[in-house]
Design a protein around this ligand. Structure first.
Ligand code: GUN
Ligand code: FE
Length: 451
């Protein structure tokens, strides 16, 4: 070969890779070679015997290969399919009320402060850094009703290199604060401004998402406008559904012409194959069928569902209905900004449901690993380019050391990779996450500095 080869491969790694496929919840590739090209995409996954051939074809030298140490492995980055960035300001507090009182007492006052770009800058920088460190390579964010602060959140995710969907929240009724809601026209116009300004920035990893807060915060007219905006521009949609029984009852009273809570969104063109709805604890089987038929997905937020005493989502039943499902932290209804916490609480809730009804078969840690990675990407309809290690997909990955010195896990030397994964999922934290990559760029440890 005659051309210089240094820029041909961004990274070549040799070691254990653990990921999910549609067929297998945990697939382990031991002693594999994985190359990431200059575009941040997986260029090859191969056996070490092919090193010489690969180095010639892809233009790298064996000395450029990074070898993983003992107890290290790569896994796909985790996906947080539902998180409220402004609510990070009070995460870990205010968990003493059910949903509707909690919103009026804590949430709307806290979110109303994000009219200030200084507050937004401070909190949004914290939440993006914290979630990245915790291994969230993709986050689907709610911001607030403030367009400029929502654009700032998008900029911060772009600067730190997190893949993100960002929504300016829409709400034109039922707020406890008269200055924390919009008119229908403002909400519609500001949504259009948010989308066009965000698309104009051409951030490679950040997309806008149409975000009606939920059926109780929006008039039917606003829901219809937002459905039309999403449809005309082929945009993602996010909202909340069937989280709490008082909420479900009020939605039925307010929309008597609709047959169910799900039907409210369906009638306003808000259930599409790019829709993700948070919670869904109290959905009926008929409503789950409508999710499957439309291709809409659910975000399971078990920490929040428990912390606000909202309900217990039966994930097994959702999966049996072939509805796409990912995991969400739902900061600050959920107090933890880690998808590892969502993994554990998903397993706990599944076991509680089995205690209550033994015929319910429990989820396995392998299945929940898939929900945290590939399942989240599928729920956000981005699995064509992320979610697992497939040639041509973006390299979104965590370099994990299950036995990180000073970390929370003790390992016996001879343990195999599946045990390392299981221990990391149940016991690990950010001390075990040595590096985080998004689209091939190393984003943790942080290199970006806020000036
Ligand atoms: N429903 C409407 N808004 C919210 C919110 O901010 N958090 C949660 N958990 N549920 C909601
Ligand atoms: Fe939420």
């Amino acid at each position: 070969r005659t051309h210089t080869t240094t820029a041909a491969m961004k990274h070549v790694f040799r070691g254990t890779f653990i990921h999910s496929t549609q067929q297998t919840p945990v697939e382990i590739l031991e002693d594999a070679l994985l190359g990431v090209n200059a575009d941040g995409k997986v260029a090859f996954i191969a056996k070490p015997e092919e090193l010489n051939k690969l180095s010639e074809t892809f233009g790298f030298t064996p000395a450029e290969v990074t070898h993983l140490a003992q107890h290290e492995f790569f896994m796909p980055g985790m996906v947080d399919t539902h998180i409220h960035a402004p609510q990070y300001s009070y995460a870990g507090t205010a968990l003493d009320m059910p949903l509707l009182q909690w919103l009026n007492t804590y949430t709307f006052p806290a979110e109303s402060r994000f009219k200030s770009l200084d507050i937004a800058n401070e909190v949004y920088t914290q939440v993006v850094k914290r979630t990245l460190r915790n291994g969230t390579t993709t986050a689907c964010y709610f911001a607030t009703i403030h367009t400029d602060a929502s654009l700032l959140l998008a900029q911060i995710t772009n600067d730190f290199g997190q893949r993100a969907l960002v929504g300016k929240v829409c709400m034109d009724k039922n707020s406890s604060l008269k200055h924390y809601k919009e008119t229908m026209q403002e909400s519609q116009e500001e949504t259009c401004r948010f989308i066009s300004e965000l698309l104009n920035k051409k951030y490679p990893l950040v997309k806008p998402v149409v975000t009606p807060r939920y059926a109780l915060s929006c008039t039917g007219a606003l829901l219809g406008q937002l459905g039309a905006i999403a449809k005309n521009n082929h945009l993602h949609i996010q909202s909340h559904i069937s989280e709490n029984l008082d909420e479900v009852k009020l939605v039925k009273e307010l929309f008597p012409e609709c047959t169910s809570y799900t039907d409210v969104y369906h009638k306003h063109n808000l259930l599409t194959d790019k829709t993700v709805m948070a919670h869904g604890c109290h959905l009926t089987d008929e409503e789950l069928d409508l999710f499957r038929e439309t291709g809409a997905s659910l975000s399971h937020c078990p920490n929040s569902n428990i912390s606000l005493c909202s309900g217990l989502l039966n994930v097994r039943n959702v999966l049996n209905h072939k509805v796409k499902l990912g995991l969400g932290t739902d900061i600050a209804g959920g107090y933890s900004a880690s998808i590892l916490d969502a993994v554990r609480k998903t397993l706990d809730v599944s076991k509680v449901l089995t205690i209550l009804e033994p015929e319910n078969d429990v989820l396995t840690f392998e299945e929940v690993f898939r929900l945290a990675t590939l399942g989240g990407s599928q729920a956000l309809s981005i699995d064509d380019h992320t979610g697992n290690f497939v040639v041509g997909k973006d390299f979104d990955a965590l370099r994990v050391n299950a036995a990180a010195p000073g970390g929370p896990i003790d390992i016996i030397d001879c343990e195999g990779p599946k045990v390392l994964l299981e221990k990391f999922l149940n016991l690990g934290d950010d001390r075990n996450i040595l590096e985080v990559f998004v689209a091939g760029r190393r984003v943790v440890p942080f290199t970006y500095q806020v000036v």
